[in-house]
Design a protein around this ligand. Structure first.
Ligand SMILES: *Cc1c(COP(=O)(O)O)cnc(C)c1O
Length: 620
């Protein structure tokens, strides 16, 4: 079987894992919206108490601490090989900060943060590769290097790891290769760190990978293989190539526990940052974290670490593009890597290259089965609009993937089930004290021109209020009836339905003695029945509304208009109307109405170019 066939083996004869699509849609109705590329939110129904769920995974805090210690050992190497890390003493970590201006800018939109404070975790600023991949990817290569050096007797206990930057280490590693499949950022991290240690590096890039990422890697001496297919194929090819050579180490983004531990260290570091701010997530001040998700390793490791460190009062949500919601489908159906977004008819094409993954990690899906609070999806336009807004109001330059999580807080209210559950768990004061942390996963390496173009495009979207418009979807759209007044049956019926519905709504709050409005039609005819003028209006509650009044040219100035109007007034008065109202343009007949006792109570100027529209009223 070719790679493509193997990867798509789950969708055969229009069935997915032997089950027709309609049945999937019946079992998981959200699949309908997902297939229409709509933004959706899935709340995990399988949550368990955190300590219980963590015990079941078999992963311990010690494993995460081991990873942290290893990174510490390498601090002197980092300072040597990457001088920009000297300021932080060789610690690869990113700041957190408030995003008050962004939160304020969203206030009156459907994506407002519903309660609490919005903060951002700036993994875009991580040293070396400028994305969350600087955590797991770099960690795994270091671990491999440490093992090799130790086994070869090159590394001895108590040695200063600055030695890893020395020529004899580099020469030793030049015999070995590190390979990885990537949509871009993992390749960058692994390629750069491998090259710095002296390894030969091979990066297998999916079609989503941005040209600048490939160029940058080649500049660093990394061998880049390009594929015309998606991430899963690039990984598969990379794995196969690596298997041919015993001296090639393959970083398995889909299944690697080492990567996962490297990512999880972020939780220990975040705890220290929060400690510094005097904040501890609790029942009085819960923490909500939103993590952009591709295959799942990065956000999975971070979320797992956070649950381990903070327990019940941290809630973690994954964010995925509407075109690549692989973890959402995998966890919701409990089929994990047995299903892909392509199986369900999605194309896995998104501007968020870091998240363009069609098939999720089985390992992560299983570990988080009872721990992850939910997964939501976000459109490309939404990410772009947020990207531009973030640049404009916070001066933060992020790549599209990094914006996937920022709309997460709005779901805590947009999804009524989540909101109800939260209100049961927390008091209103606690929710108001809560912190929302959106993990901004990358951006500082993006070339200026690429960034400017994205900001430009996103600015148009948010300035046109396309943020709100993105709530429209194929299942819910505002459709212009292009036919205008076609007189078609459907148009007449639909218009009547709107009137009827509004009327019924009005009746709920109006006095019960109010009848439905009565149409008033007065026609001016010759004895032969020829129509020469008329008045169309309605008597409505205690008013006469004159909608249209018209008299043929050659009959004007003979008092017919006045007679039509006073007949209407007297009929209305008999029906209990207390006043009459109407509107007219300045070029029509304002004098006529004023002469008959109508008084203007409102004028619209410039309708257009100096024309006015008068609103008149007369007591009957
Ligand atoms: C890879 C990546 C992610 C997601 O990490 P996964 O391990 O693939 O789930 C998020 N944001 C950016 C910028 C990334 O490059």
């Amino acid at each position: 079987m070719s790679e493509k066939n193997r990867l798509n083996a789950s969708a055969v004869d229009g069935k997915i894992l032997g089950k027709p699509l309609e049945l999937w849609e019946n079992d998981f109705p959200k699949i309908r919206s997902i297939r229409r590329y709509e933004e959706v939110f899935w709340g995990n129904p399988n949550l368990k108490p955190v300590h219980e769920a963590i015990l079941e995974t078999g992963i311990t805090l010690e494993e995460i601490q081991t990873a942290e210690h290893r990174l510490k050992r390498f601090a002197t190497f980092f300072m040597e090989a990457f001088p920009e890390t000297r300021a932080t003493h060789g610690l690869l970590e990113s700041p957190i900060r408030r995003a008050e201006a962004f939160q304020t800018a969203l206030e009156k939109t459907p994506f407002a943060v519903p309660f609490g404070q919005l903060m951002i975790k700036l993994d875009s600023d991580l040293p070396i590769s400028g994305s969350i991949k600087a955590r797991g990817g770099i960690y795994e290569v270091l671990q491999h290097a440490e093992h090799l050096a130790f086994d070869a007797g090159l590394l001895t206990p108590g040695m200063n790891y600055a030695a890893f930057a020395k020529p004899n280490f580099k020469k030793f590693f030049s015999d070995y290769s590190v390979a990885v499949g990537s949509t871009g950022n993992l390749g960058l991290s692994i390629g750069i760190i491998s090259a710095a240690l002296g390894f030969k590096a091979q990066v297998h890039m999916s079609s989503d990978a941005k040209a600048w990422k490939k160029a940058l890697l080649r500049e660093k001496g990394v061998e880049v293989f390009e594929y015309d297919s998606d991430y899963s194929v690039a990984v598969e090819q990379g794995r196969k190539e690596a298997e041919k050579d015993p001296k090639t180490y393959f970083v398995d983004d889909e299944n690697s526990v080492n990567l996962f531990m490297g990512y999880a260290v972020a939780a220990l570091r975040l705890k220290a940052q929060f400690d510094h701010l005097g904040y501890t997530p609790s029942k009085e001040k819960p923490l909500f974290v939103y993590l952009p998700c591709g295959v799942g390793g990065g956000p999975g490791g971070v979320a797992f670490g956070l649950k381990m460190v903070f327990g019940e009062h941290v809630h973690c949500y994954f964010a995925e593009p509407t075109h690549s919601p692989c973890m959402l489908l995998g966890m919701m159906t409990d089929q994990h890597d047995a299903v892909s977004v392509q199986d369900f008819g999605l194309d896995n094409r998104t501007i968020a290259d870091g998240l363009a993954v069609g098939r999720p990690s089985l390992f992560v899906g299983k570990v988080l089965k009872h721990l992850l609070d939910g997964v939501f999806s976000v459109t490309d336009d939404h990410m772009l609009a947020d990207l531009a807004l973030m640049a404009d109001v916070e001066s933060l330059r992020l790549e599209p993937s990094a914006l996937a999580g920022i709309s997460g807080p709005s779901w805590l209210k947009r999804d009524s089930a989540v909101y109800e559950a939260l209100q049961k768990q927390y008091t209103p004061e606690a929710l108001n004290q809560s912190i929302h942390l959106a993990w901004a996963t990358g951006g500082s390496m993006v070339p200026e021109g690429v960034m400017e173009r994205d900001i430009e495009n996103g600015r148009k979207l948010y300035k046109n209020n396309a943020l709100a418009a993105s709530l429209e979807s194929p299942s819910m759209q505002i459709v212009l009836d292009e036919g205008l007044d076609t007189g078609e049956e459907e148009q007449i019926r639909d218009e009547a339905l709107i009137s009827e519905s509004l009327w019924n709504y009005n009746l709920q709050s109006w006095p019960t003695n109010v009848e439905k409005s009565r149409k008033l039609r007065l026609f001016l005819r010759t004895a032969e029945g020829e129509l020469l003028g008329g008045l169309i209006g309605k008597i409505y509650r205690n008013a006469l509304f004159v909608d249209k009044l018209f008299v043929e040219d050659n009959l004007r100035g003979q008092g017919w208009g006045e007679r039509l109007l006073s007949r209407a007034e007297s009929i209305a008065k008999k029906d209990g109307a207390a006043f009459a109202h109407l509107d007219t343009f300045s070029f029509q007949a304002p004098d006529f109405y004023e002469k008959l006792g109508y008084k203007a109570f409102g004028i619209l100027d410039d309708y257009p170019d100096g024309l006015k529209r008068y609103f008149y009223k007369k007591t009957l």
